[in-house]
Design a binder for this molecule. Structure first.
Ligand code: PAF
Length: 285
């Protein structure tokens, strides 16, 4: 696996692979990789002949009071994991390479509606930062397909919309969330948790599962289910940011007659904000 830092080197390496007739798969990341990321690369390697990954902690998607500076940088360990998972080329640009004229001068990509509410409400500008950097990376790599985790359900919806709206010829693949044995969704931010918080953290998944089970058994009193879920989180020591039941396809609020649902949660434990979701299609049960 080759590691390159400049757009010039990246484009040259991708052009070589393409001239050999290879299909290009892409997995953008912010590094500090875990088995969830490895699953994205493995999926890309199954569907493409040449897999490109990127590691870039994108300042444009972090708010002023967020964890940009303390976000873990673990390049050597990440390179090893990418290699094992079947990655061929790693792109690790710095901020100057990505934003040569500074971030204030950067053209922004904004995806309306889907970026609003949920994480978009508590992290203003976040999805604009994600949509902008992903658009730039797509233009640099020009992949045939790209793989994203379903753990970031709203992010995946935003990226699907931007690809559709900007007519990008890229297939977007959503990969199921990888969980620890106790149900906690793998996330780079789990590393911020103390041992006691780590023991509490799976409550977030238990809360989602309990709501999904109740809906599966026929309950449609969504407001009551949400109130009970919030209570469960608060009792465990979380500060819930949101807990909502939405339509999976468009993230609009769900009503009693909707059948393709997603239950989404963000909650703060200590100083760490965790997100998770559960997709529940009642027609596939
Ligand atoms: O999900 C992430 O790690 C990031 O939001 C992404 C897609 C790499 C863009 O910076």
């Amino acid at each position: 696996m080759n590691t390159v830092k400049t757009i010039l080197e990246l484009r040259a390496a991708v052009a070589r692979a393409r001239s050999e007739g290879k299909r290009i798969g892409f997995v953008p990341t912010m590094g500090n990789l875990h088995s969830g990321h490895a699953a994205l690369v493995t999926k890309a390697a199954q569907r493409a002949d040449f897999v490109v990954a990127s590691i870039f902690v994108n300042p444009l998607q972090f708010g002023a009071n967020e964890d940009l500076d303390k976000y873990p940088r673990t390049l050597a360990a990440d390179q090893e994991k990418l290699l094992q998972a079947g990655c061929h080329l790693l792109f690790t640009p710095n901020v100057e390479e990505m934003y040569p004229d500074g971030m204030a001068a950067q053209t922004l990509v904004s995806v309306p509606h889907l970026s609003e509410g949920l994480c978009g409400a508590s992290r203003p500008g976040h999805f604009e930062g994600v949509a902008t950097v992903v658009s730039k990376l797509f233009n640099m790599v020009q992949p045939d397909l790209a793989v994203f985790g379903q753990k970031d359900f709203q992010q995946l919806a935003v990226i699907r919309a931007l690809v559709r709206d900007l007519n990008l010829p890229i297939q977007i693949i959503g990969e199921p969330t990888v969980r620890a044995e106790d149900g906690l969704a793998l996330s780079s931010r789990n590393g911020y948790l103390t041992d006691a918080q780590r023991a509490t953290a799976p409550t977030i998944y238990r809360t989602l599962s309990r709501i999904a089970q109740a809906i599966g058994q026929g309950r449609r009193d969504f407001e009551v289910l949400i109130a009970e879920g919030r209570q469960q989180l608060v009792e465990a020591g979380f500060k819930p940011d949101y807990l909502e039941i939405r339509q999976a396809l468009n993230l609009r609020p769900a009503g009693a007659h909707d059948r393709d649902l997603v239950i989404l949660v963000a909650a703060v434990l200590g100083a760490t904000r965790l997100i998770d979701n559960l997709h529940l299609n009642l027609d596939e049960q």
